[in-house]
Design a binder for this molecule. Structure first.
Ligand SMILES: [Zn+2]
Length: 258
């Protein structure tokens, strides 16, 4: 088949010139596609307007004698213009987009992650505090990947944790340790390898993991909580997924000056 129609989200547009671009397009049935768009400024071109952060229906053509895919026609189904127009929303949208682009393999379906995209973009577009949504969506991406940190049970013995308290979190073990496991040398986790996690950060993480994105529109994080969640997730991703995202610097700056 040389041409096919497919729905998905444009999460990144890299302009190569005024007339051509490369697109990171996430679909439900076949995962991530790297597409080429040409003749962007030609009058009457059916490819356009190209909008990062939009749900689109594309007609795609496989370029003969090549694995490359080119967009022939584009129909916007749902757009999220505030994510491009407002700086905080743009930074948070880019942060989530980069994580999804790295997490979803090329031409391999990942429906658990795909299903997070629409609600996340809608919520980022309408929410009160985009930073809190970025952290909440990131936690849900980690969960869908099977790397959710443990905030409700001890990662050493699986005992339920007290709802409130000053917790000790181990990046390597992947969650909070109860006081008994922290003292017990048999767990193999040194107290020096753990760091304090506030009750507020743990509560925010628990809430994010059990609510749907549309229920989080009113959520917000203080400057201190934002910095704590940013550091935690950055270290966690680097250790477990070997991901250092480029847009993390921008989010970090946003969190620091909040
Ligand atoms: Zn324990």
């Amino acid at each position: 088949m040389c041409t096919f129609k497919i729905d998905g989200f444009i999460l990144r547009t890299t302009l190569e010139s005024d007339y051509s671009a490369r697109i990171a397009f996430i679909t439900r049935p076949i995962g991530r596609l790297n597409l080429i768009a040409r003749r962007l400024k030609y009058p009457g071109n059916p490819v356009g307007p190209l909008m990062t952060f939009s749900l689109d229906r594309l007609l795609v053509r496989r370029i003969p004698d090549s694995a490359a895919l080119r967009i022939e026609e584009l129909e916007v189904i749902e757009a999220f213009p505030r994510l491009s127009e407002e700086y905080q929303r743009f930074v948070c949208g880019s942060y989530i987009a980069e994580l999804l682009i790295r997490a979803i393999p090329e031409r391999s379906p990942c429906p658990e992650l795909y299903d997070l995209i629409g609600p996340a973009l809608r919520c980022l577009s309408e929410c009160r505090d985009p930073r809190s949504i970025a952290f909440a969506v990131e936690l849900n991406i980690l969960s869908a990947l099977g790397y959710s940190p443990s905030f409700t049970r001890c990662v050493g013995c699986n005992a339920p944790l007290a709802e409130k308290g000053d917790y000790q979190f181990s990046i390597g073990a992947g969650g909070i340790l109860c006081p008994e496991c922290l003292k017990n040398e048999r767990t193999g986790i040194a107290e020096a390898d753990c760091f304090s996690l506030s009750a507020g950060a743990a509560a925010f993480a628990r809430m994010s993991l059990c609510k749907r994105a549309e229920q989080l529109k009113g959520a917000s994080v203080s400057k201190g909580l934002g910095r704590e969640l940013f550091r935690l997730l950055r270290s966690y991703k680097a250790y477990h997924l070997q991901i250092e995202s480029n847009s993390a610097e921008l989010l970090g700056a946003l969190v620091s000056r909040a």
